[in-house]
Design a protein around this ligand. Structure first.
Ligand code: PHE
Length: 345
């Protein structure tokens, strides 16, 4: 004949055992096994004790019944809690089941930004012409951004209306030309560099202006570099970039740091969808010129001995022309519907 102590002790041992089994269950199937073993209608060990309550002597029934119901309640809570944990780990929601009929999630294929494409293409062409890549700081001072480039501080470009000034005599470079001087200070001729980088201007953000945009600077300095080298190099670049049949035109212009200065225009030969050819309008693609001797001197070069040419272009603007992008803001707003068009390598 079982005593009250024996039965209550057995229930508590069952509770401990069930607690361990619930914790050890690794998936919903195992957990269901635990539930059946302890609370199953037919073979559950706790259910078994509850079922046999009626056979117990009157004085044992209330205390054993109470304890058995307590254990049953505790186990139900533990099972429910463990079920939630397993579902969460499984990640597939209700019941831990995976719905294999759902459509798959496609993988996104990234691509290079259109401006990056143009920068890389331009740098590759110049690399094949013997130019290397150089870089310089985006936070500059007035010496490198203006004065060393023969641009007095009362020049309109240096005005606070156009240039973003930082504290302590620094500013955000308004062009990549300061890297001309920084590079010449560091290296002796011959120098042949292209300098891609971001520049900053106090412009309103609209379809054709951005306050931060990319530029590529170029500089070649050596003994005996002439205007012919200047024209031939930039014409060769233009034809390689814009395609054979491209016409190139040098229009007189002015920059404080080049003399003479030019703006370079191209007229492209476009192939129409029906195969026929059409000439584009003249489009301006860069500012350029022979390096002003004052700039060579400011960088510590002997301007009697060395000459050179420099150029600067905007790969953002070039990307717009090349890909037919109507609004510069598309380049900066990260809308995937726009960027999807430039997928792939
Ligand atoms: N720095 C000029 C600009 O930002 C471009 C340029 C570079 C012109 C080099 C001549 C030579 O407009």
């Amino acid at each position: 004949m079982e005593s009250e102590k024996d039965l209550i002790g057995e229930l508590q041992a069952l509770e401990e055992e069930a607690r361990r089994d619930v914790e050890a269950a690794e998936d919903p199937m195992e957990l269901e096994g635990v539930r059946v073993r302890f609370l199953g209608r037919k073979e559950g060990r706790v259910s078994g004790i509850l079922r046999r309550l009626g056979e117990l002597p009157d004085h044992l029934r209330p205390s054993v019944g109470q304890e058995a119901n307590r254990v049953k309640g505790v186990l139900q809570d533990l099972l429910a809690e463990r079920e939630r944990v397993l579902e969460r780990e499984d990640g597939s929601g209700a019941g831990g089941e995976v719905d294999l009929t759902l459509p798959g999630r496609h993988a996104w294929i990234g691509g290079r930004h259109p401006v990056t494409r143009v920068v890389d293409e331009i740098c590759e062409i110049f690399s094949s012409l013997g130019f290397t890549r150089a870089r310089g700081p985006e936070a500059e001072n007035e010496w490198y951004n203006f004065v060393a480039l023969n641009t007095p501080l009362d020049h309109p470009a240096a005005d606070e209306q156009d240039t973003l000034y930082l504290e302590g005599g620094y500013l955000l470079r308004s062009h990549t030309s300061p890297v001309q001087v920084r590079t010449m200070e560091q290296y002796q001729p011959p120098v042949r560099i292209v300098v891609p980088g971001m520049v900053y201007r106090r412009d309103t953000y609209d379809a054709t202006h951005a306050p931060a945009f990319a530029q590529i600077e170029g500089l070649a300095v050596d003994e005996g570099i002439t205007f012919v080298d200047f024209k031939a190099t930039l014409a060769e670049f233009s034809r390689r970039f814009w395609g054979p049949g491209t016409q190139v035109r040098f229009r007189p212009s002015f920059f404080p740091f080049t003399e003479p200065s030019a703006e370079v225009d191209v007229k492209r030969l476009l192939v129409q969808p029906d195969g026929s050819r059409r000439e584009s309008d003249w489009i301006e693609i860069m500012g350029a010129g022979m390096v002003d001797p004052a700039v060579l001197e400011n960088a510590g070069y002997d301007s009697e001995r060395y000459t050179g040419f420099a150029f600067g272009m905007g790969p953002g603007r070039i990307a717009m022309l090349k890909y037919g992008i109507p609004d510069i803001r598309h380049l900066y707003e990260g809308d995937v519907r726009f960027h999807r068009q430039f997928r792939g390598p």
